[in-house]
Design a protein around this ligand. Structure first.
Ligand SMILES: *Cc1c(COP(=O)(O)O)cnc(C)c1O
Length: 371
């Protein structure tokens, strides 16, 4: 059997009884929209992350969009983020007609570089004509959180909010605190391939602020006031399905154990590959959840070719930084603007990574790469 890039089947076998029971109960009560599992999930996740409020929603993208709507960002506003991320991070800023100011990444963690962020913020502070600075969206790339202490220091100094894009990092920790708890608000995704994934689309937002929580709950259902037909603001249809909430509750039963297994897989990869490839750097304050296990090769095409010849899947996250994407041509980005992101985008590729990767399969992958 071919090695899968992500193995959801083995996981499902482990929790199938719980899933079946939860879905049977759901089919009995029939509350497909905002059923009791949704509230149960939000309580479970808020307690897990260690924040006051969790608002589940329809996707990681909507989890990023909805907090920006509560901040009322729009034309003339500027939001800082990394160009080395999935398009959704900056797409939500553009959807609201605000401007993204990209800031290059640290060459070891691939997350936004706080010293470059400080430079960028200073530049905007000195030139109000460039736009009004509003906030920062650090991305916890590949499952490792950004450097939140350094980022928060800058945010506080300049009065900016921080929204954590933890779409790839649910369950990760930084200085002992869970991802989604940093800054003012955290957003995550339950897309099936993420560390905590459902069987469709889903996401969640985390915050401690009661006012923001109230606004998010309203935006999630068309800006509802007292009820759905009393609309106090413009919102979206941003709900998660009850069925997805039920799946996530079953997956939470084994989630911490899976994080442990992911870290074992990553350690084995790094030990076996570090003599020939640049293996991931995990900062000393961080525990990654390994959404991706990504390495750098001087000749990426050759390395990926060796895997392909052995029927082993691999993928490139991300081949093109966002400042070079046509979708963001209005921002005027050009080659050379963010040299670290550009260089990493040329050399990086990701290996099969999931909690159930066997040592035998891993040996095959390593042998192919070390040929
Ligand atoms: C997956 C992802 C998103 C979007 O999540 P969806 O659930 O697919 O909408 C946003 N940001 C990052 C960094 C992601 O990896």
């Amino acid at each position: 059997m071919a090695i899968p890039f992500i193995d959801l089947k083995t996981q499902q076998k482990r929790i199938r009884t719980s899933i079946d029971q939860r879905l049977a109960k759901l089919l009995e009560h029939g509350s497909y929209i905002m059923g009791p599992e949704v509230g149960e999930l939000e309580k479970t996740l808020a307690a897990y992350v260690g924040v006051k409020h969790c608002v589940s929603c329809s996707s990681g993208t909507d989890a990023l969009l909805m907090p920006l709507m509560t901040y009322g960002i729009g034309a003339g506003d500027v939001v800082f983020t990394s160009p080395f991320t999935f398009i959704a991070t900056a797409e939500v800023v553009a959807l609201l007609h605000a401007k993204t100011a990209f800031v290059d990444i640290n060459e070891r963690t691939y997350n936004i570089d706080p010293s470059k962020l400080d430079d960028a913020v200073k530049k905007y502070a000195a030139n109000p004509s460039l736009g009004k600075m509003r906030g920062i969206i650090p991305v916890d790339l590949f499952g490792q959180t950004a450097d939140y202490d350094a980022i928060q220091t800058i945010a506080t100094k300049y009065g900016l909010w921080v929204m954590e894009d933890a779409a790839q990092a649910f369950g990760a920790t930084y200085k002992g605190k869970k991802s989604c708890s940093f800054g003012n608000v955290g957003a995550t995704s339950f897309f099936p391939a993420k560390p905590l994934g459902c069987y469709g689309d889903g996401g969640a937002i985390f915050c401690n602020d009661d006012e923001m929580h109230k606004a998010l709950v309203s935006i999630r259902v068309h800006g509802q006031g007292e009820d759905k037909y009393n609309n106090v603001r413009v919102g979206i249809n941003g709900r998660i399905d009850t069925m997805q909430a039920a799946i996530l509750l079953a997956k939470m039963e084994i989630f911490d154990e899976e994080i442990g297994l992911r870290n074992q897989v990553a350690d084995r990869y790094s030990k076996a590959l570090q003599s020939k490839y640049v293996t991931p750097f995990v900062a000393k304050d961080c525990v990654s959840v390994w959404a991706q296990y990504s390495i750098l090769a001087e000749n990426r095409a050759e390395a990926m070719g060796k895997l392909k010849a052995n029927n082993i899947p691999s993928a490139v996250y991300y081949p093109k930084p966002l400042h070079l994407q046509d979708a963001f041509r209005d921002l005027g980005g050009k080659k050379g603007d963010f040299p670290i992101s550009e260089r990493i985008a040329e050399k990086i590729f990701s290996l099969p990574m999931h909690p159930y990767l066997t040592t035998d399969d891993q040996t095959m992958i390593v042998n192919a790469l070390m040929q």
